[in-house]
Design a binder for this molecule. Structure first.
Ligand code: HEC
Ligand code: HEC
Ligand code: HEC
Length: 442
């Protein structure tokens, strides 16, 4: 009896193992002769440009450290808990790029995370989102990529333990966390909603930053979709109804933020969110950005939650002026007024565009003070947030203790949330994430 069960278990094991090897194994797709750029129509290439902008291919495939690199030639560094990863050269160079990839090979990479030679690719290449893209969009994208200048350039080797690289390890990861398949329209919603969902879930991969990840680096789905994540040390706030800002992200606030990099009530898109708006969503059809805003406003039930906005806005405007009236005896209020108050004050009825009202900005309302610290330490360039408007860096002007006092003061006087803890240590941790400004004595 026992033996039979054991044999049964072994049998299941063997079949499962064979199934897994079948799942893990992909054939190489033969190389092709370099593609003739003239074969694609100008309209197709332009459609491909838009798809590329909506999926930030250029961002992740262009080196930014070491003085920058040629567009799409790869070697972009991504820091992960498992080690540094460098992206591939995806220019049409036949030797170091993808110049001899056929369209089916290109499509398979995006939709299944498999390279032309059959090896599994790292999920840092967000194919868990790109798998939702339509064949048509990928065909247009192929035309755009294949008509970019070819660049001969090799990337740096990935710097993580070898145990992660073999294709079997990656295949196991994919078996557990990756569900290939195109986006399926939801018949309960209209065309604009479905267009927004198609873009957000697929090409624009908003969840890659805004959904928390588990220990294996996979998004916690389903369950914690858009519940907030961490990227390059920054908190990417929740985009669902758990977003903590006192004024709701309405469709219009979302649209302006995504299109112009600044929302009238909430403030600027800083850090890793800045290129999403300025370099990419600013260059695509307006209707697509409206669709994304429509989708997220609906998902977060914005329309049902706006009733408190008017009161929250009035409250914030009253707080904003508070410490300007007379001389405060609170030393923290005076530190804040001296360092920040000259720029960050507003009067009713609403904040001035480009002068964010801190009482409404997420930096004060998130679970941790990280974003507030990162903004104080590095400032914001004229490119980020409101175009042409900058915030100076306080890297040298404020000590960790000063920053901790300002953070505690703002949290206490501008929000209704419990105080942050370990503020000075967290200030020191945030400082480690920031490059000292040039000419710094630190
Ligand atoms: C979030 C960053 C990120 C984005 C966005 C991104 N990629 Fe990548 N991509 C990577 C990384 C990292 C790799 C390398 C994966 C590896 O080494 O296994 C990669 C690999 C690839 C490969 C495989 C190349 C090869 O030689 O095997 C192709 C093709 C590719 N990307 C195309 C694209 C296209 C097209 C887009 C835009 C739709 C895009 N990528 C957007 C990070 C990204
Ligand atoms: C590369 C990572 C990344 C991607 C991709 C990304 N975001 Fe963000 N997002 C961030 C970060 C980081 C912040 C915080 C920026 C700040 O505080 O200035 C942010 C902020 C936001 C905010 C402001 C939230 C608040 O309460 O202040 C909204 C809205 C937003 N993102 C929407 C989106 C949408 C929609 C997409 C997809 C189209 C997207 N993001 C894609 C990283 C990302
Ligand atoms: C010289 C004017 C000036 C001073 C001083 C200043 N800021 Fe700012 N701050 C700005 C401007 C302008 C922006 C919006 C920038 C943009 O849109 O690109 C901003 C943005 C911010 C944001 C929003 C960041 C985001 O990504 O959402 C925070 C938070 C902030 N400042 C905090 C502070 C704190 C704290 C101090 C004091 C230590 C301070 N600022 C001092 C001008 C200033």
């Amino acid at each position: 009896m026992i033996k039979r069960i054991l044999t049964g278990v072994a049998g299941v094991g063997i079949v499962a193992g064979m199934g897994f090897l079948w799942y893990a194994w992909w054939p190489a797709i033969p190389k092709i002769a370099p593609v003739q750029p003239g074969q694609f129509s100008a309209e197709k290439i332009e459609r491909g440009r838009i798809v590329a902008a909506e999926s930030y291919c250029v961002e992740c495939h262009t080196r930014q450290d070491n003085g920058g690199g040629p567009t799409l030639a790869g070697d972009y560094k991504m820091e992960t808990p498992f080690g540094d990863i460098f992206s591939s050269n995806i220019t049409p160079d036949p030797e170091t790029g993808i110049g001899n990839w056929s369209e089916p090979a290109f499509r398979r990479a995006l939709q299944y995370g498999v390279s032309r030679d059959g090896s599994h690719l790292l999920p840092a290449f967000v194919y868990d989102h790109f798998t939702k893209m339509s064949d048509e969009d990928i065909s247009d994208l192929y035309a755009w990529i294949m008509t970019r200048p070819a660049v001969h350039m090799t990337r740096r080797p990935n710097g993580f333990p070898l145990s992660i690289s073999p294709r079997i390890t990656l295949a196991s990861w994919k078996l557990m966390f990756f569900t290939p398949g195109r986006y399926k329209p939801d018949p309960n919603h209209n065309a604009e909603w479905n267009r927004g969902a198609y873009l957000a879930e697929g090409a624009a991969h908003c969840g890659a930053c805004h959904t928390p990840r588990n220990l294996a680096g996979a998004e916690k789905l389903p369950g914690q979709e858009y519940d907030g994540g961490v990227v390059d040390g920054w908190i990417a706030p929740p985009l669902n109804q758990n977003n903590p800002t006192p004024v709701v992200w309405t469709e219009d606030e979302l649209y302006q933020y995504l299109r112009n990099g600044v929302a009238p009530l909430h403030g600027p898109a800083g850090g890793p969110m800045s290129p999403v708006a300025h370099d990419f969503l600013a260059t695509v059809p307006e209707s697509d950005v409206h669709a994304i805003a429509y989708y997220f406003a609906d998902k977060a039930h914005a329309a049902e939650r706006v009733s408190g906005d008017k009161a929250a806005l009035e409250h914030a405007m009253a707080d904003s002026k508070k410490d300007l009236v007379g001389f405060s005896t609170d030393p923290d209020a005076r530190l804040y007024q001296g360092a920040c108050g000259a720029c960050h004050y507003n009067a009713a009825p609403a904040p001035v565009l480009g002068r964010p009202e801190l009482a409404l900005n997420n930096a004060l309302w998130l679970k941790e003070p990280t974003n507030l610290y990162l903004v104080m330490l590095r400032g914001l360039t004229a490119k980020e947030g409101q175009s042409g408007v900058a915030m100076p860096s306080f890297y040298n002007a404020l000590s960790d203790k000063d920053m901790a006092r300002i953070a505690a003061y703002l949290r206490r006087t501008r929000t209704t949330l419990p105080p942050w803890t370990d503020l000075e240590k967290k200030a020191a941790d945030a400082r480690k994430l920031v490059e000292p400004p040039v000419n710094s004595s630190h």
